[in-house]
Write a new protein. Structure first.
Length: 472
Protein backbone atom coordinates (compact mmCIF):
# COMPACT_ATOMS: atom_id res chain seq x y z
CA UNK A 1 0.00 0.00 0.00
CA UNK A 2 1.33 3.38 -1.05
CA UNK A 3 1.98 5.91 1.72
CA UNK A 4 -0.29 8.91 2.06
CA UNK A 5 0.52 12.57 2.48
CA UNK A 6 -1.06 14.79 5.11
CA UNK A 7 -3.70 15.93 2.61
CA UNK A 8 -4.85 12.34 1.86
CA UNK A 9 -3.22 11.83 -1.56
CA UNK A 10 -1.27 8.60 -2.22
CA UNK A 11 2.41 8.71 -3.14
CA UNK A 12 3.88 5.94 -5.27
CA UNK A 13 7.49 5.10 -6.17
CA UNK A 14 8.70 4.21 -9.63
CA UNK A 15 10.46 0.82 -10.14
CA UNK A 16 13.81 2.68 -10.44
CA UNK A 17 13.29 4.43 -7.10
CA UNK A 18 12.33 1.15 -5.42
CA UNK A 19 15.54 -0.43 -6.77
CA UNK A 20 17.66 2.42 -5.37
CA UNK A 21 16.00 2.13 -1.96
CA UNK A 22 16.76 -1.61 -1.78
CA UNK A 23 20.37 -1.06 -2.73
CA UNK A 24 20.74 1.58 0.00
CA UNK A 25 19.31 -0.69 2.68
CA UNK A 26 21.58 -3.57 1.71
CA UNK A 27 24.61 -1.27 1.71
CA UNK A 28 23.75 0.00 5.17
CA UNK A 29 23.46 -3.53 6.54
CA UNK A 30 26.78 -4.51 5.01
CA UNK A 31 28.41 -1.45 6.63
CA UNK A 32 27.05 -2.31 10.08
CA UNK A 33 28.17 -5.95 9.77
CA UNK A 34 31.66 -4.95 8.65
CA UNK A 35 31.97 -2.39 11.45
CA UNK A 36 31.03 -4.95 14.12
CA UNK A 37 33.49 -7.44 12.69
CA UNK A 38 36.31 -4.90 12.79
CA UNK A 39 35.39 -3.87 16.38
CA UNK A 40 35.40 -7.50 17.55
CA UNK A 41 38.73 -8.09 15.77
CA UNK A 42 40.25 -5.07 17.54
CA UNK A 43 38.87 -5.92 20.96
CA UNK A 44 39.51 -9.66 20.82
CA UNK A 45 37.38 -12.16 22.68
CA UNK A 46 36.81 -13.42 26.23
CA UNK A 47 38.95 -11.71 28.88
CA UNK A 48 40.68 -9.57 26.26
CA UNK A 49 37.30 -8.36 25.03
CA UNK A 50 36.30 -7.38 28.56
CA UNK A 51 39.60 -5.59 29.24
CA UNK A 52 39.63 -3.67 25.98
CA UNK A 53 35.96 -2.79 26.28
CA UNK A 54 36.61 -1.23 29.68
CA UNK A 55 39.33 0.91 28.10
CA UNK A 56 36.97 2.22 25.44
CA UNK A 57 34.03 2.55 27.82
CA UNK A 58 35.57 3.01 31.30
CA UNK A 59 33.28 2.57 34.32
CA UNK A 60 32.05 5.74 36.02
CA UNK A 61 34.26 7.08 38.82
CA UNK A 62 33.57 5.61 42.26
CA UNK A 63 32.89 8.82 44.19
CA UNK A 64 32.05 7.15 47.53
CA UNK A 65 33.79 7.04 50.90
CA UNK A 66 37.42 5.91 50.75
CA UNK A 67 39.32 4.21 53.57
CA UNK A 68 42.97 5.32 53.41
CA UNK A 69 45.73 3.71 55.40
CA UNK A 70 49.24 2.28 55.39
CA UNK A 71 49.56 -1.34 54.34
CA UNK A 72 52.27 -3.95 54.28
CA UNK A 73 51.91 -5.89 51.03
CA UNK A 74 54.51 -8.62 50.40
CA UNK A 75 56.90 -6.84 52.72
CA UNK A 76 56.65 -3.48 50.92
CA UNK A 77 55.01 -0.58 52.73
CA UNK A 78 52.31 1.22 50.76
CA UNK A 79 49.69 3.92 51.10
CA UNK A 80 46.37 2.47 49.94
CA UNK A 81 42.85 3.66 49.29
CA UNK A 82 40.00 1.17 49.63
CA UNK A 83 36.45 1.45 48.30
CA UNK A 84 34.18 2.06 51.24
CA UNK A 85 31.41 -0.16 49.85
CA UNK A 86 33.47 -3.27 49.08
CA UNK A 87 36.90 -2.91 50.71
CA UNK A 88 38.58 -3.45 47.33
CA UNK A 89 41.78 -1.56 46.60
CA UNK A 90 41.17 1.57 44.53
CA UNK A 91 44.84 2.54 44.35
CA UNK A 92 48.17 1.75 45.99
CA UNK A 93 51.36 3.82 46.19
CA UNK A 94 54.75 2.61 47.48
CA UNK A 95 55.46 4.45 50.73
CA UNK A 96 58.81 3.79 52.49
CA UNK A 97 58.92 4.25 56.28
CA UNK A 98 55.11 4.34 56.43
CA UNK A 99 55.09 3.13 60.02
CA UNK A 100 56.49 6.50 61.16
CA UNK A 101 54.21 8.73 59.06
CA UNK A 102 50.69 9.95 59.84
CA UNK A 103 47.53 10.60 57.84
CA UNK A 104 45.07 13.41 58.51
CA UNK A 105 41.92 14.73 56.89
CA UNK A 106 39.72 17.78 57.39
CA UNK A 107 36.05 16.79 58.01
CA UNK A 108 33.79 17.32 55.02
CA UNK A 109 36.65 17.85 52.57
CA UNK A 110 37.97 15.72 49.73
CA UNK A 111 41.69 15.76 50.48
CA UNK A 112 43.90 13.70 52.77
CA UNK A 113 47.24 14.87 54.12
CA UNK A 114 50.23 12.65 54.84
CA UNK A 115 52.84 14.04 57.20
CA UNK A 116 56.24 12.37 56.89
CA UNK A 117 59.21 12.20 59.24
CA UNK A 118 61.35 13.48 56.36
CA UNK A 119 59.62 16.86 56.68
CA UNK A 120 57.45 16.65 53.58
CA UNK A 121 53.70 17.21 53.78
CA UNK A 122 51.62 15.64 50.98
CA UNK A 123 48.08 16.49 49.87
CA UNK A 124 46.48 13.51 48.12
CA UNK A 125 43.22 12.93 46.28
CA UNK A 126 41.61 9.96 48.10
CA UNK A 127 39.66 8.86 45.01
CA UNK A 128 42.70 8.41 42.78
CA UNK A 129 45.75 8.53 45.03
CA UNK A 130 47.20 11.35 42.92
CA UNK A 131 49.52 13.76 44.75
CA UNK A 132 47.95 17.21 44.55
CA UNK A 133 50.92 19.02 46.08
CA UNK A 134 53.76 18.61 48.54
CA UNK A 135 55.41 21.10 50.85
CA UNK A 136 58.76 20.92 52.61
CA UNK A 137 57.54 22.19 55.98
CA UNK A 138 60.54 20.88 57.93
CA UNK A 139 62.98 23.32 56.34
CA UNK A 140 61.05 26.14 58.02
CA UNK A 141 62.36 24.88 61.34
CA UNK A 142 65.27 22.52 60.87
CA UNK A 143 65.90 18.96 59.80
CA UNK A 144 65.57 18.02 63.48
CA UNK A 145 62.05 19.44 63.81
CA UNK A 146 58.90 17.31 63.57
CA UNK A 147 55.88 18.91 61.90
CA UNK A 148 52.23 18.13 62.66
CA UNK A 149 48.96 19.50 61.30
CA UNK A 150 47.40 21.76 63.94
CA UNK A 151 44.12 22.66 62.25
CA UNK A 152 42.43 23.84 59.08
CA UNK A 153 39.54 25.79 57.66
CA UNK A 154 38.10 26.12 54.17
CA UNK A 155 41.15 27.97 52.81
CA UNK A 156 44.15 27.32 55.04
CA UNK A 157 46.13 24.54 56.67
CA UNK A 158 48.03 25.26 59.89
CA UNK A 159 51.19 23.26 60.59
CA UNK A 160 53.16 23.42 63.84
CA UNK A 161 56.69 22.08 64.23
CA UNK A 162 58.46 21.03 67.42
CA UNK A 163 61.97 19.82 68.33
CA UNK A 164 62.82 16.18 67.85
CA UNK A 165 64.46 15.40 71.15
CA UNK A 166 66.73 18.14 72.50
CA UNK A 167 67.40 19.83 69.16
CA UNK A 168 65.28 21.54 66.56
CA UNK A 169 63.01 24.56 66.56
CA UNK A 170 59.40 25.45 67.34
CA UNK A 171 57.08 27.47 65.16
CA UNK A 172 54.05 27.55 62.89
CA UNK A 173 53.45 27.84 59.16
CA UNK A 174 50.23 28.58 57.29
CA UNK A 175 49.69 26.90 53.92
CA UNK A 176 47.16 27.40 51.15
CA UNK A 177 45.04 24.24 51.27
CA UNK A 178 44.56 24.17 47.49
CA UNK A 179 48.15 24.71 46.35
CA UNK A 180 50.34 24.00 49.39
CA UNK A 181 51.95 27.42 49.01
CA UNK A 182 53.34 29.00 52.18
CA UNK A 183 51.31 32.07 53.21
CA UNK A 184 53.49 32.98 56.19
CA UNK A 185 55.70 31.34 58.79
CA UNK A 186 56.92 32.24 62.26
CA UNK A 187 59.45 30.84 64.69
CA UNK A 188 58.02 30.57 68.24
CA UNK A 189 60.74 29.33 70.64
CA UNK A 190 58.35 28.73 73.57
CA UNK A 191 55.43 27.33 71.51
CA UNK A 192 53.19 24.94 73.43
CA UNK A 193 50.14 24.49 71.14
CA UNK A 194 48.64 25.99 67.99
CA UNK A 195 45.04 25.61 66.80
CA UNK A 196 43.04 26.79 63.79
CA UNK A 197 39.27 26.23 63.87
CA UNK A 198 36.21 28.20 62.74
CA UNK A 199 38.49 30.86 61.31
CA UNK A 200 40.14 31.50 64.70
CA UNK A 201 43.89 30.88 65.14
CA UNK A 202 45.14 30.65 68.72
CA UNK A 203 48.64 29.94 70.00
CA UNK A 204 49.72 29.11 73.55
CA UNK A 205 53.22 29.79 74.84
CA UNK A 206 54.70 28.61 78.15
CA UNK A 207 56.09 31.45 80.25
CA UNK A 208 58.94 29.64 81.96
CA UNK A 209 60.97 31.44 84.60
CA UNK A 210 64.38 29.69 84.90
CA UNK A 211 64.63 30.79 88.55
CA UNK A 212 61.15 29.56 89.53
CA UNK A 213 60.12 26.07 90.58
CA UNK A 214 56.37 26.52 90.13
CA UNK A 215 54.36 25.48 87.11
CA UNK A 216 54.77 28.09 84.33
CA UNK A 217 51.90 30.32 83.29
CA UNK A 218 50.41 30.20 79.81
CA UNK A 219 50.41 33.08 77.35
CA UNK A 220 47.34 32.75 75.11
CA UNK A 221 47.47 34.66 71.84
CA UNK A 222 45.16 35.11 68.87
CA UNK A 223 46.77 35.73 65.51
CA UNK A 224 45.29 37.04 62.28
CA UNK A 225 44.92 33.97 60.06
CA UNK A 226 45.82 35.75 56.82
CA UNK A 227 48.90 37.63 58.07
CA UNK A 228 50.09 35.90 61.26
CA UNK A 229 49.96 39.23 63.11
CA UNK A 230 49.15 39.31 66.83
CA UNK A 231 45.59 40.47 67.57
CA UNK A 232 45.54 40.07 71.37
CA UNK A 233 47.16 38.13 74.19
CA UNK A 234 46.31 37.24 77.79
CA UNK A 235 48.10 35.36 80.55
CA UNK A 236 46.37 32.27 81.96
CA UNK A 237 47.23 30.64 85.31
CA UNK A 238 49.36 27.50 85.33
CA UNK A 239 49.67 25.34 82.24
CA UNK A 240 46.34 25.92 80.52
CA UNK A 241 44.86 23.99 77.63
CA UNK A 242 42.83 26.16 75.26
CA UNK A 243 40.42 25.40 72.43
CA UNK A 244 38.26 27.28 69.95
CA UNK A 245 34.62 26.72 70.91
CA UNK A 246 33.19 28.66 67.97
CA UNK A 247 34.01 31.70 65.85
CA UNK A 248 32.98 33.85 68.85
CA UNK A 249 34.33 32.02 71.91
CA UNK A 250 37.53 30.44 73.24
CA UNK A 251 37.73 28.27 76.36
CA UNK A 252 40.74 27.43 78.52
CA UNK A 253 41.16 24.99 81.39
CA UNK A 254 43.90 24.72 84.01
CA UNK A 255 44.34 22.24 86.83
CA UNK A 256 44.79 24.21 90.04
CA UNK A 257 45.59 21.13 92.11
CA UNK A 258 42.31 21.09 94.05
CA UNK A 259 40.98 17.50 94.05
CA UNK A 260 41.40 17.28 90.31
CA UNK A 261 39.08 20.23 89.69
CA UNK A 262 39.68 22.19 86.49
CA UNK A 263 39.40 25.97 86.35
CA UNK A 264 37.58 26.93 83.13
CA UNK A 265 37.67 30.38 81.55
CA UNK A 266 35.57 31.53 78.60
CA UNK A 267 36.90 34.38 76.48
CA UNK A 268 35.57 36.61 73.73
CA UNK A 269 37.39 35.43 70.59
CA UNK A 270 37.34 38.93 69.11
CA UNK A 271 38.92 40.78 72.06
CA UNK A 272 40.38 38.18 74.44
CA UNK A 273 38.32 39.56 77.33
CA UNK A 274 37.27 37.01 79.93
CA UNK A 275 33.49 36.59 79.93
CA UNK A 276 33.06 34.18 82.85
CA UNK A 277 34.75 31.30 84.68
CA UNK A 278 33.72 28.10 86.37
CA UNK A 279 35.37 25.34 88.42
CA UNK A 280 34.32 21.82 87.50
CA UNK A 281 35.57 18.27 87.11
CA UNK A 282 34.91 18.15 83.38
CA UNK A 283 33.50 20.22 80.52
CA UNK A 284 31.55 17.61 78.59
CA UNK A 285 30.08 19.82 75.87
CA UNK A 286 30.49 23.34 74.49
CA UNK A 287 28.98 25.06 71.47
CA UNK A 288 28.18 28.56 70.23
CA UNK A 289 25.23 28.72 72.64
CA UNK A 290 25.92 26.73 75.81
CA UNK A 291 28.42 24.80 77.93
CA UNK A 292 27.63 21.67 79.97
CA UNK A 293 29.72 20.49 82.93
CA UNK A 294 29.61 17.20 84.81
CA UNK A 295 30.52 16.87 88.50
CA UNK A 296 30.24 14.00 90.98
CA UNK A 297 27.81 14.37 93.88
CA UNK A 298 29.65 13.77 97.17
CA UNK A 299 29.18 10.41 98.90
CA UNK A 300 27.05 9.02 96.07
CA UNK A 301 27.56 7.25 92.74
CA UNK A 302 25.68 10.04 90.98
CA UNK A 303 26.76 12.92 88.77
CA UNK A 304 25.23 16.30 88.16
CA UNK A 305 25.01 17.85 84.73
CA UNK A 306 24.90 21.65 84.74
CA UNK A 307 24.26 23.79 81.66
CA UNK A 308 25.20 27.47 81.28
CA UNK A 309 24.93 30.03 78.51
CA UNK A 310 28.24 30.36 76.70
CA UNK A 311 28.03 34.17 76.51
CA UNK A 312 27.83 34.99 80.22
CA UNK A 313 27.66 31.76 82.23
CA UNK A 314 24.00 32.17 83.17
CA UNK A 315 22.58 28.86 84.60
CA UNK A 316 20.13 27.09 82.28
CA UNK A 317 19.34 23.72 83.87
CA UNK A 318 20.65 20.87 86.03
CA UNK A 319 20.00 17.11 85.94
CA UNK A 320 21.15 14.31 88.22
CA UNK A 321 22.29 11.22 86.32
CA UNK A 322 24.12 8.00 87.01
CA UNK A 323 26.33 8.48 84.01
CA UNK A 324 26.26 10.75 81.00
CA UNK A 325 28.14 11.32 77.79
CA UNK A 326 27.39 14.33 75.63
CA UNK A 327 26.59 13.79 71.98
CA UNK A 328 25.05 16.68 70.04
CA UNK A 329 22.62 15.86 67.24
CA UNK A 330 23.29 16.96 64.60
CA UNK A 331 27.01 16.75 65.39
CA UNK A 332 27.80 20.46 65.07
CA UNK A 333 25.22 21.33 67.73
CA UNK A 334 24.69 24.74 66.17
CA UNK A 335 20.90 24.71 66.06
CA UNK A 336 20.00 22.72 62.96
CA UNK A 337 16.84 20.70 63.56
CA UNK A 338 16.95 16.95 63.10
CA UNK A 339 14.30 15.56 60.78
CA UNK A 340 13.36 12.76 63.18
CA UNK A 341 12.94 15.14 66.11
CA UNK A 342 11.50 18.39 64.72
CA UNK A 343 12.44 21.55 66.59
CA UNK A 344 15.17 19.90 68.68
CA UNK A 345 18.54 21.47 67.94
CA UNK A 346 20.98 19.31 69.93
CA UNK A 347 20.66 16.30 72.22
CA UNK A 348 22.79 14.00 74.25
CA UNK A 349 22.47 10.47 75.57
CA UNK A 350 22.83 9.59 79.22
CA UNK A 351 21.81 6.98 81.77
CA UNK A 352 19.17 8.38 84.10
CA UNK A 353 19.39 7.22 87.69
CA UNK A 354 16.37 5.00 88.23
CA UNK A 355 15.49 3.92 90.84
CA UNK A 356 17.47 6.06 93.34
CA UNK A 357 19.01 3.09 95.16
CA UNK A 358 19.95 1.25 91.96
CA UNK A 359 23.45 1.04 90.51
CA UNK A 360 22.07 0.92 87.00
CA UNK A 361 20.14 3.40 84.93
CA UNK A 362 18.03 3.53 81.80
CA UNK A 363 19.27 4.94 78.51
CA UNK A 364 17.66 8.28 77.76
CA UNK A 365 17.81 11.24 75.41
CA UNK A 366 17.83 14.75 76.84
CA UNK A 367 17.29 18.09 75.19
CA UNK A 368 20.53 20.02 75.48
CA UNK A 369 18.81 23.38 75.82
CA UNK A 370 16.45 22.64 78.72
CA UNK A 371 17.56 19.23 80.06
CA UNK A 372 14.11 17.69 79.61
CA UNK A 373 13.77 13.99 78.85
CA UNK A 374 12.77 13.40 75.23
CA UNK A 375 12.62 9.62 75.64
CA UNK A 376 13.95 6.82 77.81
CA UNK A 377 14.22 3.13 77.10
CA UNK A 378 13.55 0.84 80.10
CA UNK A 379 14.82 -2.13 78.06
CA UNK A 380 18.34 -0.72 78.35
CA UNK A 381 19.22 -1.14 82.03
CA UNK A 382 22.86 -0.05 82.02
CA UNK A 383 25.53 1.51 84.16
CA UNK A 384 26.40 3.63 81.17
CA UNK A 385 25.93 3.85 77.43
CA UNK A 386 28.38 5.67 75.20
CA UNK A 387 27.14 7.22 71.96
CA UNK A 388 29.77 6.82 69.26
CA UNK A 389 28.13 7.69 65.93
CA UNK A 390 24.90 8.93 64.42
CA UNK A 391 23.07 9.18 61.13
CA UNK A 392 19.88 11.12 60.37
CA UNK A 393 17.70 8.47 62.01
CA UNK A 394 19.92 6.18 64.08
CA UNK A 395 22.20 6.44 67.11
CA UNK A 396 24.96 3.83 67.51
CA UNK A 397 26.20 3.23 71.05
CA UNK A 398 28.33 0.95 73.21
CA UNK A 399 27.34 -0.28 76.66
CA UNK A 400 29.06 -1.65 79.73
CA UNK A 401 27.53 -5.04 78.89
CA UNK A 402 29.90 -5.27 75.91
CA UNK A 403 27.06 -4.90 73.42
CA UNK A 404 26.79 -2.69 70.37
CA UNK A 405 23.39 -1.04 69.84
CA UNK A 406 21.58 0.76 67.06
CA UNK A 407 18.82 2.94 68.53
CA UNK A 408 16.12 4.93 66.79
CA UNK A 409 16.67 8.64 67.38
CA UNK A 410 12.97 9.39 67.47
CA UNK A 411 12.02 7.15 70.42
CA UNK A 412 15.09 5.17 71.57
CA UNK A 413 13.80 1.78 70.45
CA UNK A 414 16.43 -0.85 69.64
CA UNK A 415 16.80 -1.56 65.94
CA UNK A 416 19.41 -4.25 66.64
CA UNK A 417 22.15 -5.22 69.04
CA UNK A 418 25.17 -7.47 68.59
CA UNK A 419 27.90 -8.71 70.97
CA UNK A 420 30.97 -6.56 71.05
CA UNK A 421 33.30 -9.49 70.39
CA UNK A 422 32.06 -9.44 66.80
CA UNK A 423 33.33 -5.89 66.41
CA UNK A 424 36.58 -5.58 68.31
CA UNK A 425 37.70 -2.48 66.34
CA UNK A 426 34.76 -0.55 67.78
CA UNK A 427 36.76 -0.15 70.96
CA UNK A 428 38.86 2.50 69.20
CA UNK A 429 36.92 4.46 66.63
CA UNK A 430 33.84 4.42 64.43
CA UNK A 431 32.55 6.65 61.65
CA UNK A 432 29.07 6.47 60.14
CA UNK A 433 27.36 7.86 57.09
CA UNK A 434 24.25 6.75 55.18
CA UNK A 435 24.03 3.48 57.08
CA UNK A 436 27.70 2.59 56.59
CA UNK A 437 29.74 2.21 59.76
CA UNK A 438 33.52 2.06 59.41
CA UNK A 439 35.45 0.79 62.42
CA UNK A 440 39.14 0.18 62.87
CA UNK A 441 41.83 -0.43 65.46
CA UNK A 442 45.41 -0.49 64.36
CA UNK A 443 45.70 -3.06 61.61
CA UNK A 444 42.09 -4.17 61.00
CA UNK A 445 39.34 -2.19 59.32
CA UNK A 446 35.76 -3.28 58.76
CA UNK A 447 32.52 -2.02 57.29
CA UNK A 448 29.34 -2.71 59.24
CA UNK A 449 25.86 -2.63 57.75
CA UNK A 450 24.02 0.09 59.64
CA UNK A 451 20.68 -1.61 59.05
CA UNK A 452 21.60 -5.00 60.54
CA UNK A 453 24.92 -4.77 62.38
CA UNK A 454 26.45 -7.44 60.13
CA UNK A 455 30.00 -7.09 58.88
CA UNK A 456 30.16 -6.47 55.13
CA UNK A 457 33.93 -6.71 54.78
CA UNK A 458 37.15 -6.79 56.78
CA UNK A 459 40.63 -5.79 55.66
CA UNK A 460 43.91 -6.09 57.56
CA UNK A 461 46.25 -3.29 56.51
CA UNK A 462 49.22 -5.01 58.09
CA UNK A 463 50.71 -1.92 59.74
CA UNK A 464 49.81 -0.32 63.02
CA UNK A 465 49.25 3.10 61.50
CA UNK A 466 46.54 5.73 61.28
CA UNK A 467 43.57 5.13 58.98
CA UNK A 468 41.26 7.91 57.83
CA UNK A 469 37.99 7.87 55.96
CA UNK A 470 37.61 10.54 53.31
CA UNK A 471 34.05 11.78 52.76
CA UNK A 472 32.35 12.33 49.45
Amino acid sequence: MAPETSDGFSVTQSPLEEHKTGLGARAFLRGVTTGLAVLILLLGSGAALSANWSKIFPPPPYGGAVVVGFAARSGDDALEGLRGDTGHVLWSKPWPNAIDDTIWTYPGQHTIYVNTTSGLLYAIDPQSGHILWRSAVAVIGSSASVASIAGADADYLLVAFFPQGAIGQRGVVLLNRTTGQTIWQQSVPDLDTATLSAGVLIVTRLLVDPQATQVPNTNLQRWDVRTGQLLWQVTMPASAGCQVVSAAFVSCSANLGVSGTEHYSFLDAATGLQLWQHDSLFLTYASATLAIFVDPINNTNLNQFSAYTIQDGRPLWQRTVLYGDSFPLPPDGEGTSDSSLPGVAALFVTSLHSPPESSTGVAAMLDLHDGQTLWQNPDLQLNFIIPIATTATTLYALSNTTAFYALRLADGRINWSVPMDLHEPLNDLIWADDGQLFAFSGMQTELIDGASGKVRWQVAFGLHAMVVIAGY
